[in-house]
Design a protein around this ligand. Sequence first.
Ligand SMILES: NC(=O)c1ccc[n+]([C@@H]2O[C@H](COP(=O)([O-])OP(=O)(O)OC[C@H]3O[C@@H](n4cnc5c(N)ncnc54)[C@H](O)[C@@H]3O)[C@@H](O)[C@H]2O)c1
Length: 406
Amino acid sequence: MRACFVGLGYIGLPTAIIAATEGNVEVTGVDIDPRVVEMTNSGKLHIVEPGMAEKLREAVGSGKLKAFTSPRQADAFFIVVPTPFKGNHLPDISYVEAATRSVIPFLREGSLFIIESTSPVGTTEKMADIIFSLRPELKGKIHIAYCPERVLPGNVAYELVHNDRVIGGLDPESAEAAAAFYARFVKGQLHRTNARTAEMCKLTENSSRDVQIAFANELSVICDKAGINVWELISLANRHPRVNILRPGCGVGGHCIAVDPYFISSSYPGEARIIALAREVNNGKARWSADRVAAAILKFEAGHHRAPVVALMGLAFKPDIDDLRESPAMEIARSLTADYAGKAEFLIVEPNIESHPQFTLTPCGEAFSRADIVVYLTGHTPFRQLPANPENKQIIDFCGITSQFV
Ligand SMILES: NC(=O)c1ccc[n+]([C@@H]2O[C@H](COP(=O)([O-])OP(=O)(O)OC[C@H]3O[C@@H](n4cnc5c(N)ncnc54)[C@H](O)[C@@H]3O)[C@@H](O)[C@H]2O)c1
């Protein structure tokens, strides 16, 4: 079995590596970025993912994985390129289309074509139309499927093998052919369905999380107004055997949960009401949080006749990672430092990165001890070691580090 993975990023590269090492597949990895190709061929991992560097060296060393900047002949082709949104939250499937077009010349009778990129419903059918418009002789002779990825960054080596997978064929034969490929290295169950259901399944998983977090975020704003400690409230409500409320924060970030719901709401604007509202609530929580900090700055200045030192603790979108994509903490830091530049001295803390192009970073302990106002934006573990009730400091805690306030 020879497989060609187009897109060697956070998902495509580990999948290519695992297919080579665990699935006994001869893998060609393709990326338009020559640096990625060069590093991969020299056995150096260009992403951060525990356990993957050794497996890459094994795959390259055994000759099972070779990378190129353009596709090569194979039995199966995998599209694992980005699917961002455009400025107006409309999905951008141009990367998927470009990657699809790049493999069309290599398709032949019996080929397997699989899209793994998170995609709006109908994308697989669209790509099939493009394939058959250019290669009409392949109609009914190749297998086409959509198989979404649901691994957790940081635990990819384990989850790629052990998670269940949803396999959406354009027809039942395609689902079978795709399942047979994944069975080479997946120990979780392989659930066959059609391509549209599989596309919607991936979007549904992340939209479900977004809606549930929106409930927690809305609750936190209500509780703030009602003078109720939301952390105590949620822990009490969750003692009910059938209630499980998630934790509020300063918004929702990352390139999946904060992005994928728009793939549903932009296609079905009249119907996707809760899904669209959840996006608004979660985006609104970031603005609300920034306003809370701004109000604290103005109050401090009025009371002390000097500008406060404000420590903004955390830029990443969730605890203990270095990923800043779509992070509400970043947005809050950007807006506060721009709008209140002369009214406060900001110390920016992000223990998981060395440096940042826009912000000068301050070590956690130094920022805490110098600050008049400490704002917890991300629940990183080192912050939990800091005093919860320091004298002469105001704590504004959006993520439950101290179990106080919002
Ligand atoms: N990272 C995750 O946690 C995660 C989880 C589930 C699903 N996904 C989805 O998987 C897909 C890929 O995500 P990712 O995080 O791996 O992206 P990424 O940005 O890390 O990697 C994508 C790679 O594709 C390359 N590329 C772009 N166009 C190309 C082309 N035409 N030909 C060859 N290479 C091309 C880029 O250079 C890049 O190296 C996205 O749809 C994403 O939503 C990601």
